[in-house]
Design a protein around this ligand. Structure first.
Ligand code: FAD
Ligand code: NAD
Length: 405
């Protein structure tokens, strides 16, 4: 009998969790497992703000996919997926196609620009290793150029961060530590540097614990961050950004670096493949399958799971993506073995920790508020846990964060 073919798209948190669990649960006689990823490496998306600010080298946030998969059981295909043809049960790649019996889509997120003019051209987004490296180098180039140019442009030393969600705040935390280093490196007076965070909502980290938000803002302000709260970015231009000021007034802020961290949507493949979706995310069923498609599982940032307690979607996180990967692997292994009983997905929310640089953080863990070095220690433990779950002790020792204070 032909072995069923399981294709997993994406070697991020969800995809690698699925594959590393599948390779434990199935023998090579039971199924063919194929993992497709754009790069031959996995990157820790949750560490990209550090590589973007330059507080962690980009090689530290990635590792080879081959180091965690069992090549006797899993075929790795380095390719860019373009589309899923679910009628023909095929994945269209940039260079060829793959058929499947079971498909897991775990392709992560893309920046949500809400159609705001100029963002795609003039703003950076913290989306992958290449983008992180470019942001770091761009900022350094601005500092170096400011130093040598005769007609000095102060905007070279202005960095705007759009959005004070978790990504924006974590990036600001890293900048808080990196800017003094850069000023020293390029002999620039730190007073000349401006880091401005523009947030449309009436508060930073909307919806998060107000006491912790206050703590985070005070910490970042102490490091020189200026907050413009309740202010929406309306346009990005070659000179900087335009923000809404009052009802119909627009203010221009000149900045050579604009980093858009104001939200995400699902991977564009979801829309290209004509899955029913909301902003690129598919509202999956209780077993994490696309509506009406018993052989297509969608996890991570491409999926949408409703938190029934508040009737709103869970925010897309690595935490949920990994739990989804574990469940999908279990269910697909069961199906392959002829057991049609599928387990339903229940998110086990262990909490949220948001770093404020390598030495401080805020969080709510198992319902308890944490700040300072305790929270920072926990954040590193969370980062290490992801490595441990996918690649075991060896990977954790090689790539983990063990410098705590
Ligand atoms: P990802 O882990 O992003 O992986 C997607 C994979 O698909 C990548 O390997 C990518 O290369 C590949 N891919 C994409 N397109 C294609 C294609 N067309 N063809 C082939 N391969 C492709 N969440 C937390 O829980 N805790 C945190 O502390 C946290 N911190 C964050 C910090 C930052 C700076 C950011 C940006 C996000 C953070 N998040 C955090 C959110 C978290 O990173 C995402 O929710 C998580 O990465 C989603 O996992 P995923 O498997 O869906 O996608
Ligand atoms: P987000 O959607 O959580 O936050 C985006 C912020 O941008 C919001 O505060 C929003 O009000 C603001 N915004 C939107 N439009 C704007 C505009 N025009 N001008 C100014 N501000 C605007 O997005 P994110 O921070 O990128 O996070 C994405 C996902 O990743 C979330 O689910 C988040 O929980 C997760 N994440 C988690 C962590 C962590 O757990 N430590 C860290 C980073 C990201």
């Amino acid at each position: 009998m032909k072995r069923p073919k399981i294709v997993v798209l994406g070697a991020g948190y969800g995809g690698l969790m699925t594959v590393t669990r599948l390779q434990k649960q199935l023998s090579s006689n039971e199924a063919d497992i194929v993992l497709v990823n754009k790069n031959d490496y996995h990157y820790e998306t949750t560490w990209l703000h550090e590589a973007s600010a330059g507080t962690l080298h980009h090689d530290k946030v990635r590792y080879d996919v081959s180091s965690v998969i069992d090549s006797g059981k899993v075929q790795f295909v380095q390719a860019t997926a373009l589309k899923v043809d679910h009628n023909a049960k095929k994945v269209i790649l940039e260079d060829g196609e793959l058929d499947y019996d079971y498909l897991v889509v775990a392709l992560g997120a893309a920046p949500e620009t809400f159609g705001i003019q100029g963002l795609d051209k003039y703003a950076f987004s913290i989306v992958n290793v290449d983008a992180a490296r470019q942001i770091r180098e761009h900022i350094e180039y601005q500092f170096a150029t400011y130093k040598v140019e005769e007609d000095k442009k102060p905007e070279r030393l202005t960095i705007v961060v759009g959005g004070a969600g978790f990504t924006g705040i974590e990036f600001l935390g890293e900048l808080g530590n990196r800017i003094p280093e850069l000023c020293k490196e390029y002999d620039i007076d730190q007073e000349l540097v401006r880091v401005i965070c523009v947030e449309a909502a009436p508060s930073a980290l909307p919806g998060f614990d107000p006491e912790l938000v206050k703590y985070a803002m005070a910490h970042l302000e102490k490091k020189g961050v200026e907050f413009m709260i309740g202010t929406a970015i309306k346009e990005a231009t070659p000179e900087g950004i335009k923000v809404a000021k009052g009802e119909d007034e627009i203010e221009e802020i000149k900045a050579a670096t604009v980093v858009w961290a104001a939200g995400v949507r699902g991977n564009p493949i979801i829309e290209a493949s004509e899955f029913e979706n909301m902003r690129g995310r598919v509202k999956v069923d209780a077993n994490l399958r696309a509506p009406g498609l018993s052989d297509v599982f969608i996890i991570g940032d491409c999926s949408l799971v409703i938190n029934e307690e508040i009737n709103r979607p869970y925010p897309p996180t690595a935490q949920i993506a990994m739990q989804q990967g574990e469940l999908v692997a279990k269910n697909i292994a069961n199906l392959v073995k002829g057991n049609t009983h599928l387990e339903t997905f229940v998110f086990d929310n262990k909490g949220t920790v948001c770093s404020l640089g390598h030495d401080d953080a805020i969080g709510v863990v198992f319902g308890k508020k944490v700040t300072g070095t305790t929270a920072s220690f926990m954040k590193k433990m969370v980062d290490n846990r992801a490595l441990l779950m996918v690649g075991g002790v060896g990977l954790t020792l090689k790539k983990g964060k063990f410098k705590f204070f």
